[in-house]
Design a protein around this ligand. Structure first.
Ligand code: G3H
Ligand code: 13P
Ligand code: ZN
Length: 340
């Protein structure tokens, strides 16, 4: 089927009460891993690309790989999402290329690192919403700042420095008209989120519950949601890696979020860890190896296994067949009539 509006997938998820993993991609193997996992578990899929991913792949390669995915997996609804768009222009170029969803991260200024004012965030987010909805494309905004820095994106702040304020969230959603809201609850991007198993002092799940109470119809997004499993850290370190002890977001906390309005769950780092572990293992066991297919195959398989597991945990498994594709032109009409 053609690429699907992310709003349509999130509407389906809200109706049935599940969450949808949004997995980052940078190459063919990662796209294949997600599609195979979606087929195996019969799940709708959100595939997302950061600005870094778009420049690494070149937009055209990425676009045609996604077209191949849509053609090869016709039973899977797939949304293609711009992760952490830093500007109107980034979002517009994604939409021009065929993305069905964009994130405008106006919590930071266009440089991707300076925390922005609420007024700036509202202004740039509204501009993106007007442009995107006119074309039937979904918009995710962000209020509050995640911790750390990823690919030059992030304020490098302590993860608890700018958590999402629930009152401000209501104002932000009302004044911007976004479809989905990314919230800051103490997570960071990357492997080093927490230096101990997180409890409510460092991972503020109550904040999600509070925001959901005030905005029951807004789809919430959890960024920085890799679980950084000890098992994957151990594989990397057993084969020559040097990861320091670290903790991610426990699956049961994500599941609690899903019970309270979280519909999109962003995962990138866990897939990076899974692939890296498999590649390190391959080379440790085959020091003579040099055919990229020999190590990319187990890496792709490791990512597929992880994504399939997440799809089951988040509840999206079994739901691919629930969707009849709605063309973006129809979504645009529905936005303009105020139905969405
Ligand atoms: O935003 C976080 C994602 O993990 C994307 O990372 O910007 O290094 O591609 P990236
Ligand atoms: P992780 O680094 O926890 O996988 O988060 C990814 C993310 O939030 C992408 O936007
Ligand atoms: Zn993110």
């Amino acid at each position: 089927m053609p690429l699907t509006s992310m709003r349509q997938i999130l509407d389906g998820a809200a109706k049935e009460g599940y969450g949808v993993g949004a997995f980052n991609v940078n190459n063919m193997e990662q796209i294949q891993a997600i599609m195979e996992a979606a087929r195996q578990t019969n799940s709708p899929a959100i595939v997302q690309a950061s600005r870094g991913a778009r420049s690494y792949t070149n937009d055209l390669f990425l676009y045609h790989l996604m077209m191949a995915a849509a053609e090869l997996y016709p039973e899977i609804p797939i949304a293609l999402h711009q992760d952490h768009g830093n500007s109107f222009q980034t979002c517009k170029s994604a939409i021009d290329m065929g993305f069905t969803s964009v994130m405008i991260d106006g919590s930071l200024e266009e440089d991707g690192k300076t925390p922005a004012s609420l007024e700036y965030n509202i202004r740039v987010t509204r501009e993106v919403v007007a442009m995107a909805h006119e074309r039937g494309v979904t918009v995710e905004g962000e209020l509050g700042c995640l911790g750390g820095i990823e690919d030059g994106h992030g304020a490098g702040l302590d993860a608890r420095a700018r958590l999402t304020d629930p009152d401000q969230a209501v104002e932000f959603v009302e004044r911007t008209g976004i479809d989905a809201l990314a919230v800051a609850i103490g997570t960071s991007h990357g492997a080093y989120k927490f230096s101990r198993k997180p409890d409510s002092a460092i991972l503020d799940m109550d904040r999600i519950i509070e925001i959901h109470k005030r905005l029951p119809k807004t789809y919430l997004v959890m960024h920085g949601s890799s679980s950084v499993p000890k098992k994957l850290q151990d594989i990397i370190n057993a084969y020559g890696g040097k990861l320091k002890p670290t903790w991610g977001v426990p699956i049961k906390e994500i599941q609690l979020g899903i019970q309270h309005g979280v519909r999109k769950v962003n995962v990138d780092t866990d897939n990076r860890l899974a692939m890296t572990g498999a590649i390190r293992k391959y080379f440790a066991e085959h020091p003579e190896g040099f055919d990229p297919r020999s190590y990319l195959k187990p890496a792709r398989e490791a990512m597929k296994t992880l994504v399939a597991e997440r799809m089951r945990y988040f509840g999206q498994a079994g739901h691919a067949g629930d969707y009849e594709p709605i063309p973006l032109s129809v979504m645009a009409e529905r936005y303009s009539k105020g139905e969405l």
